[in-house]
Design a protein around this ligand. Structure first.
Ligand code: UD1
Ligand code: UDP
Length: 381
């Protein structure tokens, strides 16, 4: 019998971190041929993840350009995907999350009448401009998808409320599967600066890149970080700066030169995860860090007005601090100075998975495609 051909499509750093373990799980199944198509919406940051997971894509659209617009990403992905789908002829296409690659990958599979599985389905803020354009990307992909792999029960409920009632699976998030392979107690950083950081002080790990934060909000964030660093000699800020020129300009203008601030290049995923495991606190506008840091027992302040990940907020390890300078400084200082407030947030919770999401997703696809009798059980947090 011919193997079931499953093509995973991704293009950015976070999609790659969350999809590489799944591509490998699918490859381990005797009845499946696991194919991997990257759009390279991110070039260097994608390649770094592929290196960490030792994965070689079957197809590479190589679309990235500096300061790319949403329209160019989408149109280049769509055109490139035609060729990839015609050459690789998958039976199922998997997309992940909410990037422009995700939307274009799903749309392209639909144009070729190939069933689509959406990994990390059902996250919502219900504000179509925040996060922008991700909230709309995931809504549109929900309309296209044929299988929905939801990290949490809440994500599943969102989809059911919107009328998607078939082929919903609660799997946990594959990022926890990834973390289980990268975080090691005796890890030694290849970035020497990270081996020599004064971990006896309070190391605050920072990331920031969201499009809706471009402009005034990002300026506020940078000034808040500067103020925290200037006011607190007991703190060291470590900030691997995203390669986006918009982000780098803001960092250079408002933050560079502040004391106790380590501005470094993006870290390979294993370095980042092990740094997170050793830091004191995380300040971020990232989606993925809101899932990883709670699993590692690190409090997170989210520099956004909303979050599509309410589970860790409910568990008490993630708080929204907004994008106003004073609010960010006040909330960060509280966690730096007030031990009790810190301890209330610093406990490991795992609403996002047990490290077996990839197994559940592969089982669900096999079941849906008639290769397995039993429907896999839903993940329960
Ligand atoms: C994209 C996703 C966002 C995700 C983020 C993860 C969209 C619309 N946005 O946003 O959902 O949270 O990735 O980081 O899909 N660049 C490089 N090298 C790289 C990567 C980026 O030089 O390896 C620069 C390029 O100039 C590029 C710019 O960064 O044009 C922005 O990249 P882009 O993918 O358009 O947006 P992100 O903000 O990264
Ligand atoms: N990450 C990384 N190196 C870095 C910064 C982040 O490997 O220098 C990882 C991080 O641990 C998480 C993912 O990248 O797994 C998050 O990606 P990003 O913040 O770019 O996107 P988002 O999650 O907001 O979509």
């Amino acid at each position: 019998m011919d193997k079931l051909r499953i093509m995973s499509v991704f293009g950015t750093r976070p999609e790659a971190i969350k999809m590489c373990p799944l591509v490998k799980e699918l490859a381990s199944r005797p009845q499946i041929e696991s194919l991997c198509c990257v759009t390279a919406q991110h070039r260097q940051m994608l390649d770094s993840v592929l290196d960490v997971f030792d994965l070689k894509p079957d197809w590479d659209l190589d679309i990235m350009t500096p300061r790319q617009t949403l329209s160019t990403i989408t149109s280049k992905c769509l055109t490139g995907m035609d060729e990839a789908l015609e050459a690789l002829r998958p039976d199922v296409v998997l997309v992940h999350g909410d990037t422009s690659t995700t939307f274009a990958g799903a749309l392209s599979a639909f144009y070729h009448q190939i069933p689509v599985g959406h990994v990390e389905a059902g996250l919502r803020t219900y504000d179509k401009y925040s996060p922008f354009p991700e909230e709309m990307n995931r809504l549109l992909v929900s309309g296209i998808a044929d299988m929905y792999f939801c990290p949490t029960a809440g994500n599943r409920e969102n989809l059911v409320r919107e009328g998607h009632t078939e082929n919903l699976f609660i799997t946990g998030n594959t990022v926890i599967d990834a973390l289980k392979t990268t975080v090691k107690e005796d890890y030694r950083f290849s970035t020497e600066e990270l081996n020599t950081l004064p971990y006896e002080k309070k190391v605050v790990l920072v990331t920031c890149h969201r499009r809706e934060n471009y402009g005034e909000p990002m300026r506020n964030i940078m000034l808040a970080l500067r103020q925290i660093a200037e006011q607190r000699p007991d703190v060291e800020l470590v900030y691997p700066v995203h390669l986006s020129p918009v982000v780098r300009e803001s960092v250079d203008k408002y933050l560079r030169g502040a004391p106790r601030v380590h501005l470094i290049d993006p870290l390979p995923a294993d370095e980042m995860h092990n740094l997170m495991a050793r830091c004191y606190l995380v300040l971020t506008d990232s989606g993925g860090l809101q899932e990883e840091a709670p699993a590692l027992g690190k409090p997170v302040l989210v520099m956004r007005r909303e979050t599509e990940r309410p589970e860790a907020v409910a568990a008490g390890t993630v708080k929204l601090c907004g994008v106003v300078q004073d609010d960010i400084v006040t909330m960060a200082e509280r966690l730096i100075c007030d031990r009790a407030a810190y301890e209330r947030m610093a406990h490991a919770v795992n609403p996002y998975g047990d490290g077996h999401a990839c197994r559940r997703i592969a089982d669900a696809i096999e079941w849906r495609c008639g290769l397995r009798k039993e429907r896999p059980e839903d993940y329960q947090a």
